[in-house]
Design a protein around this ligand. Structure first.
Ligand code: HDE
Length: 742
């Protein structure tokens, strides 16, 4: 039997008080590896070159206990996995070596095509629990019994980057949920932004081509800051509502745990009588909304390109299970007819103030995957996976998606039997006559594989069930066959403006900054200008700020199909800052320590962090850790060069005078404090630490979010203040773009 891995510990646990290992015997250099030194394996066994291990049997005993015998895929025990079969000690290698050939053959085929979009992602298991029955509007089994739990798998992703790209790209995040209901899988394949770039699925390949690396040069990776993307956008006015969202901090979330999720399209709920209610689905994070800032995102991508996946992994393994509420906005035809915009247009939201959210359940992620490839990579979401009681609207984007997702899985997973892969298989009974094809694992048994048949109830196989079976809502449609865009989809700017005016001033500034940043990377001035011509239809102030940031003359406004409605009421729910967590729970403190740091303040900080339900990681000049003022040793999680402050929500610098003097000589330590300061973080500062700020040139700028840590009682005050996460007024003092223009 393979050994079960030891579960990883809560992140803060590694920061506990431990004595560094005895390094007295360590030496640099040592014996040459060519001297046939033993090769350590993960089981703690030593294998010597040229000495085959005993083979055969299920398990055998070596040094550390029973281990499984290595076999080929055919189950043949392997005697030597270190050397290929040769004629004589120096070759040639023999074709007869079936173990070698099988191993290389399999390795050659390890990759499957990455997703054409949303290639980089991370998944986890959990459950959905119904807290309020929706039986009044839907007969979907999942919505009937309060308290019942339905297994779930969620995959978060970025859209444009390839599989190996970094997590903090400015991008939409996928929020795809597979719910294994008792009447079939329901895939709610959503995003963390409630609108989309385009209105009709036929434009999706163009949009994605424009966003991905340019085809001749194959860059930039995972970035929209290039000519092709903005060229397409500037010629696609319907994208401008989405542009406001994607230029906002929504596109650089702090964590998957601090994002909302949206089904985006209008769907239908259908009751047992076949009556339909329109619905929009929302996932609301219990952790509150939170994002990083752009300068920080750029640095995170270097320091920890896996920040989001690591964060999810650590949180779940630490027992801090991420949770979202499922909210539904329910509305009828009368509401749809009276609404200012078309509910079938995926570039529009329905403000929560107009159609309130009813919370009906919670989604909890409580288990990481056993194997990334088997689960996260092979999971196949399909928008057309809906159980009875949930149905589609005519949104032309959704209709197009219903074709695309099934189709793409054939390419990616290699055949029509991808539902046989455990992560995709329903967890309810299945019975059908579909058979054969690549990798068929579950062919129907018996003589009958067709229907109708006359083999009777026991041998004849499954039969359709007009009562329980999925019945499409009996929608009616008429009209000429034509390629058109409905007039009701023609307003492209009003909700873009509504989003902008719903933001706090700092969030509005970030939108303008992002536009200036992206367009400054665009080489063709005419494209920059065309984008600004659309911004003029959204808000003159925004357009002027962006034009000024680009050093661009103000162009004429773009010709608008519909005049912008300028008085749509702001919606507080659209702001991140207005929907923050109000607590430091689940957040991470970076604690920069040196030898001689005050032990009492350290202990008080740890208590305050624990009391808040937060975690901390220790950063030190050496990974071996530090010795505090009372002689206790504390191991570090990061050496200062590898633990920049961008990895943390708040930082504390707890150093001795000698430690501060040393760190003042270190560029990484100076970056640690200047970045924390520039990114508007809460900073706890011990008395001696001021020397580092002085050396970094910001000692005179310290503000009310730079709190003293001079006695143990200060720790609690500091952590309580850090609940605000960022001290935004500081941005005005650290960013030239924030200064009033002359
Ligand atoms: Fe997707 N999208 N999409 N998309 N999408 C895919 O399916 C597509 C759209 C979304 O974690 C692909 O299995 C079309 C909107 C997520 O595995 C593909 C259109 C929204 C994921 C595809 C859209 C999404 C995908 C690529 C325009 C938010 C990742 C790989 C009509 C509501 C799922 C795959 C995962 C993935 C097609 C637009 C969300 C090619 C044609 C709008 C979260 O089928």
């Amino acid at each position: 039997m393979a050994r079960k891995p030891t579960p990883p510990k809560k992140p803060s646990a590694n920061a506990g008080k431990v004595t560094p290992p005895d390094l007295s015997g360590a030496q640099i250099g040592g014996e040459s590896p060519q001297k046939a030194s033993p090769v350590p394996t993960d089981a703690g066994i030593s294998l010597s070159f040229g000495e085959p291990q005993a083979a055969g049997g299920e398990t055998h005993q070596i040094a550390g206990g029973d281990v499984a015998t290595l076999t080929t895929q055919q189950g043949v025990p392997v005697a030597d996995d270190q050397n290929s079969l040769k004629q004589g000690a120096r070759g040639p290698t023999l074709l007869e070596d079936f173990h070698f050939r099988e191993k290389i053959f399999h390795f050659d085929h390890e990759r499957i095509p990455e997703r054409v979009v949303h290639a980089r992602g991370y998944g986890a298991h959990g459950f959905f629990e119904l807290t309020d029955s929706l039986a009044d509007v839907s007969h979907a089994d999942i919505f009937q019994r309060v308290g019942e739990r339905t297994p779930a798998f969620v995959r978060f992703s970025t859209v444009a980057g390839s599989k190996g790209s970094f997590d903090l790209a400015r991008d939409v995040r996928g929020f795809a949920v597979k719910l294994y209901t008792q009447e079939g899988n329901w895939d709610l394949v959503g995003n963390n932004i409630p609108v989309f770039f385009i209105q009709d699925a036929i434009k999706f390949p163009d949009m994605v081509h424009a966003a991905k690396p340019e085809p001749d040069r194959a860059f930039p990776q995972a970035q929209t800051a290039h000519d092709n993307f903005w060229d397409f956008i500037s010629l696609t006015p319907e994208s401008f509502h989405m542009i406001m969202w994607i230029m906002s901090d929504r596109a650089i979330p702090r964590s998957y745990r601090t994002m909302e999720g949206f089904g985006v399209h209008t769907f239908r709920l259908v009751d047992a009588q076949g009556r339909s209610t329109f619905v929009k689905f929302h996932w609301k994070p219990k952790q509150g909304l939170q994002s990083v800032v752009w300068n920080e995102a750029v640095k995170i991508n270097g320091a920890d390109p896996d920040l989001h996946r690591r964060d999810l992994w650590d949180a779940i393994n630490g027992g801090d299970f991420p949770e979202w509420e499922l909210g539904v906005q329910l509305f009828d035809d009368a509401f749809a007819d009276n609404f200012d915009f078309d509910v079938l247009d995926a570039t529009k939201i329905i403000p929560e103030e107009l159609a309130p959210i009813r919370v009906v359940g919670r989604l909890v992620l409580d288990r990481v995957v056993d194997n990334f490839f088997a689960e996260t990579e092979q999971v196949a979401f399909c928008t057309q996976n809906v159980p009875p009681g949930i149905d589609f609207s005519n949104d032309p984007l959704l209709q197009g998606r219903n074709f695309s997702y099934l189709d793409t899985q054939i390419k990616r997973l290699g055949g029509p039997n991808f539902t046989h892969i455990p992560i995709n298989a329903p967890k309810c009974p299945m019975a059908h006559f579909q058979q054969d094809g690549h990798m068929a694992m579950r062919n129907p048994v018996g003589r009958v594989n067709y229907e109708p048949n006359s083999w009777g109830a026991t041998q004849g196989g499954p039969r359709e069930d007009p009562v329980r079976g999925f019945t499409s809502f009996a929608d009616t449609a008429d009209g000429a066959k034509q390629r058109v865009r409905s007039d009701s989809f023609a307003d492209h700017y009003s909700q873009a403006r509504q989003f902008l005016v719903s933001q706090t001033p700092i969030e509005q500034k970030h939108i303008a900054d992002a536009l200036v940043f992206e367009l400054s990377k665009v080489e063709r001035p005419d494209i920059r200008s065309r984008v600004v011509s659309h911004l003029l239809n959204i808000d003159a102030g925004l357009a002027n700020t962006v034009a000024d940031g680009l050093g661009l003359p103000i162009p004429d406004p773009a010709i608008a199909a519909r005049k912008t409605i300028t008085d749509l009421p702001p919606s507080d729910r659209l702001s991140i800052v207005k929907n923050g967590p109000g607590s430091f729970k689940g957040r991470k403190l970076g604690l920069l320590l040196t030898d001689g740091a005050d032990a009492a303040i350290f202990a008080a900080l740890i208590d305050a962090v624990d009391a808040e339900g937060a975690v901390y990681e220790i950063v030190a000049p050496k990974i071996g850790g530090v010795i505090l003022s009372d002689g206790t040793t504390v191991a570090a999680k990061h050496k200062i060069d590898g633990g920049p402050s961008v990895l943390f929500d708040a930082v504390a610098i707890l150093v001795s005078a000698e430690g501060a003097a040393l760190l003042s000589l270190d560029a990484a330590a100076k970056d640690f404090v200047t970045d924390a300061f520039a990114h508007c973080k809460y900073i706890g500062i011990s008395a001696a630490a001021e020397a580092i700020f002085a050396k970094a040139g910001i000692a005179d700028d310290l503000d009310e979010a730079c709190l003293p840590l001079v006695k143990a009682a200060d720790a609690k005050t500091f952590i309580a203040a850090a609940r605000a996460l960022r001290y935004w007024p500081r941005e005005l003092t650290v960013d030239l773009d924030a200064r009033p223009q002359a």
